[in-house]
Design a protein around this ligand. Structure first.
Ligand SMILES: *Cc1c(COP(=O)(O)O)cnc(C)c1O
Length: 368
């Protein structure tokens, strides 16, 4: 394929706009020599907690560590069962297995591709200790039913909000609806750093304190080690870059929503299935994933017209070789449909209306 004329994530303009500020901070940090746990870390943690409307944010090295540390901070033990979606990035389930717990896969809904109380309840057992809904592609999971379910079974509720910075549900920001949430600031995420970064957010002070110790070798003062933890601190330069990006997040989310509106209004929804938002949710459109029966054909046609697309998360996590020990015996019809039909088309804060129109025009033309 030639260089795509419309890339999957248009990021160049948004990055160009913030690059001078980020470089200024890098210079300041290099000169200060406060490389580890510098003041930008504390400042970003406060700013992100304020942005979400929650009490505590603990910066860590990446999103996968945030998932893992957060499970430990909430008391999930080896052997516990933790419910995760069948369709998500591998790390959601990997973090569970990495602490010795058992990932148990819940199917996803046909329309929204997220888990729901309907798909979670059948996989609960007396060994289940936590539920990890993912706000997939930025579309909030239906948290009302999921919270009620967690409440009635006495389970911990841990959002994987890695794709959901800026999304909301029933007036609450994603990441503030359970016992604690994990964020990733991988560069391709809606709130992206310039390297690996992540965070745990929670309202519970004891969870935040334990997460803070676990990220720093199980120590609150770097002298007495009360737990076996990790070296998983949020890097100061990443924290500074994230402070710059966070100031633009709402404007970037609006730009993504405008592109989604163009896709929705283009008429292509008559030929392919457009992503359905969860009732009461406002997606931040991390990815824009359509479904088409003749997906591979459509992908080929778009590729030859210079439009980049990608099939994410297929094969689904329960079918990955590393998950063999946890493979479910029951059928997962939602996940299977996803694997066969889903296709991510371009989306990003710098995509712009013209390029979004070009994508939808090309899709319409190739389906004729
Ligand atoms: C990106 C992502 C992660 C992992 O985050 P990293 O920062 O890459 O470790 C976990 N879960 C989901 C749903 C993700 O999209």
């Amino acid at each position: 394929m030639q260089q795509p004329t419309v890339p999957l994530f248009a990021r160049e303009e948004s990055l160009a706009a913030i690059k001078p500020k980020i470089l200024g901070h890098v210079e300041r940090i290099v000169e200060s020599s406060a490389y580890i746990q510098g003041e930008d870390v504390v400042a970003f943690e406060q700013e992100f907690a304020d942005y979400l409307g929650c009490e505590h944010c603990v910066g860590v090295a990446n999103g996968t560590d945030s998932l893992m540390i957060r499970l430990l901070a909430l008391g999930v033990k080896p052997g516990d069962e933790v419910v995760v979606p069948a369709i998500t990035f591998f790390a959601t389930a990997e973090a569970v297995a990495a602490i010795g717990a058992r990932p148990v896969f819940a199917d996803v809904e046909h329309e929204t591709w997220t888990v729901s109380a309907r798909t979670i309840e059948p996989v609960l057992t007396k060994s289940t200790s936590a539920i990890v809904p993912v706000h997939l592609f930025g579309n909030p999971a239906p948290m009302k039913g999921i919270s009620e379910l967690a409440g009635s079974y006495g389970l911990k509720l841990l959002e994987d909000a890695a794709q959901a910075a800026g999304a909301s549900y029933a007036g609450k920001m994603c990441g503030t609806m359970g016992d604690a949430a994990a964020f990733s600031f991988y560069p391709g995420k809606n709130l992206g750093a310039i390297g690996d970064a992540g965070a745990i957010v929670t309202d519970a002070p004891e969870v935040a304190q334990l997460a803070r110790r676990l990220r720093d070798h199980g120590s609150a003062d770097r002298k007495i080690h009360t737990e076996v933890g990790f070296n998983s601190r949020l890097d100061t330069i990443q924290a500074a870059a994230l402070r710059v990006a966070l100031a633009h997040l709402d404007e970037w989310t609006d730009a993504r929503r405008q592109c989604a509106d163009i896709y929705r209004g283009s008429g292509m929804g008559e030929y392919v299935r457009l992503p359905v938002q969860t009732e009461g949710g406002r997606s931040c459109h991390h990815l824009y994933v359509i479904s088409a029966d003749r997906r591979d054909e459509l992908q080929g046609a778009l590729g030859s017209s210079g439009i980049e697309t990608k099939v994410y998360y297929s094969p689904a996590v329960p079918r990955q070789p590393a998950m063999r020990a946890f493979a479910p015996s029951r059928q997962l019809p939602g996940a299977t449909e996803y694997e066969n039909t889903a296709l991510a088309i371009p989306m990003g804060e710098s995509l712009g209306k013209n390029r979004a129109r070009r994508v939808s025009d090309t899709i319409l033309a190739s389906l004729d």
